[in-house]
Ligand binder design. Structure first.
Ligand code: HEM
Length: 379
């Protein structure tokens, strides 16, 4: 089966694949329709995220000695226990308390962009904002942020192509050193170091695994959401003008960007048992590729799906997944992106983004976005 490279737009390909619904190639099964993707994601008893079970013992031991598997790649019951422990840090109310801090950061970065007039949107705001926010939440000092950029780039590229052992090792060592069981500081790593389930504390490897997940799951994704939203607004000056007049539509623009240019285009599961998805046979140990970016353009679910329309009624996209692994950071990603758009529209009357080319795209089979986008602003 032809699969477009990361340098190509996948949306026309998805459209033709949706006419076939589900395609098998050996033991790989590719799922393109919204309802089928939701069926798989919501059925975690059959469709497992626990891919480590399939790895050879050597690689498994090497990985496990440093960072335990994160919730993203665990099934219940361990998934339920660990997610329960960390979810209290990510409730919408808790996240809202970061509003002022994020707003001040965003305002400063946007002032900088205005000062420069022409610059790279990604390195001025889309990249640094989410990483500064998550580092602040985790308790990581600002001086280490540069290292994080290298790690997060390397991991975004390796996602879906097998583990990048060197980067995993460096990150694990970094976080292992940060664990302080006696700290009473109010940050996520301290909280994770001291929290317990049934009187058992998280192991160092579990804390490390979770910290790495937050860094990986939370950065590149939100970076791409911010960039993709501003690119779409530069393609639709009329909608940007509406935003300048009424910043209450910022949330709608964020939701439509999530649907229209989903930062995570696909995810995976493997089948633990034989099963049928809507009449299509799935066999034990099949790999299931779920195209969220295609589901979000499914013409049977979304009217006029190839049209960027923040005012559409149906906002039930699955850009954050579905079921028990639904993105824990969704409230944070939404808040950060909404604030950027609001603060942008407050200060910038109009802007344009220079023509993007395939080499500007991030090198990933899973993430959709750009590593640079040159913006020109008018105050
Ligand atoms: C899970 C997307 C931002 C933390 C997921 C999943 C998706 C996703 C699709 C589910 C994957 C699956 O089921 O296989 C996104 C997008 C984001 C974003 C599009 C930004 C636009 C964030 C942020 C954080 C975060 C900011 C945290 C700081 C997580 C975690 C999980 C997850 C911890 C695993 C949840 C679980 O397994 O129970 N995300 N994410 N994400 N995300 Fe996000």
């Amino acid at each position: 089966m032809y699969i477009p490279s990361y340098k190509e737009e996948p949306f026309e390909w998805y459209k033709s694949m949706r006419t076939q619904r589900i395609v098998r190639e050996g033991n790989s099964v590719h799922v393109f329709k919204y309802n089928d993707v939701v069926t798989v994601l919501s059925n975690h008893n059959v469709f497992s995220s626990q891919f480590r079970d399939l790895l050879g013992d050597d690689i498994k031991n090497e990985l496990d000695s440093r960072a335990a598997p994160s919730i993203l790649i665990l099934d219940p019951p361990r998934h339920t226990e660990l997610r329960g422990l960390v979810s209290s840090a990510f409730t919408p109310r808790k996240i809202e308390s970061y509003d002022n801090y994020i707003r001040e950061l965003a305002a400063k970065m946007i002032e900088n962009i205005i000062e420069k007039g022409r610059c790279d949107l990604v390195s001025e705001i889309s990249y640094p904002l989410p990483i500064m926010v998550i580092s602040n939440m985790l308790g990581v000092p600002e001086k280490d942020l540069k290292k994080f950029k290298e790690w997060s780039d390397a991991l975004a590229t390796s996602l879906g192509r097998g583990p990048d052992l060197r980067t995993q090792r460096e990150m694990s060592e970094y976080f292992l050193n940060m664990i302080d069981r006696n700290s009473n500081e109010d940050n996520l790593i301290s909280r994770l170091s001291n929290v317990s389930i049934d009187d058992k504390k998280l192991t160092d490897q579990e804390i490390t695994g979770f910290s790495i997940l937050l860094l990986v799951a939370g950065n590149e994704t939100t970076t791409n959401l911010i960039t993709n939203a501003l690119i779409e607004l530069s393609n639709h000056p009329d909608i940007y003008k509406e935003l300048v007049d009424n910043n209450k539509i910022a949330g709608d623009i964020v939701e439509e960007t999530l649907r229209f240019r989903s930062p995570v285009q696909s995810t995976r599961r493997y089948a633990k048992y034989d099963y049928q998805i809507n009449g299509f046979n799935i066999y034990k140990n099949d790999f299931i590729f779920l195209y969220l970016g295609s589901a979000n353009r499914d013409e049977e679910i979304f009217k006029d799906p190839d049209n960027f329309n923040p005012f559409r009624e149906n906002k039930r996209h699955i850009a954050f997944g579905n079921g028990i692994h639904f993105c824990l950071g969704a409230p944070l990603a939404r808040l950060e992106s909404r604030i950027v758009l609001e603060e942008f529209a407050k200060r910038i009357e109009s802007f344009s983004i220079e023509r993007l080319n395939p080499d500007d795209r991030i090198d990933s089979d899973i993430m959709y976005g750009y590593k640079r986008a040159i913006i020109n602003v008018k105050k």
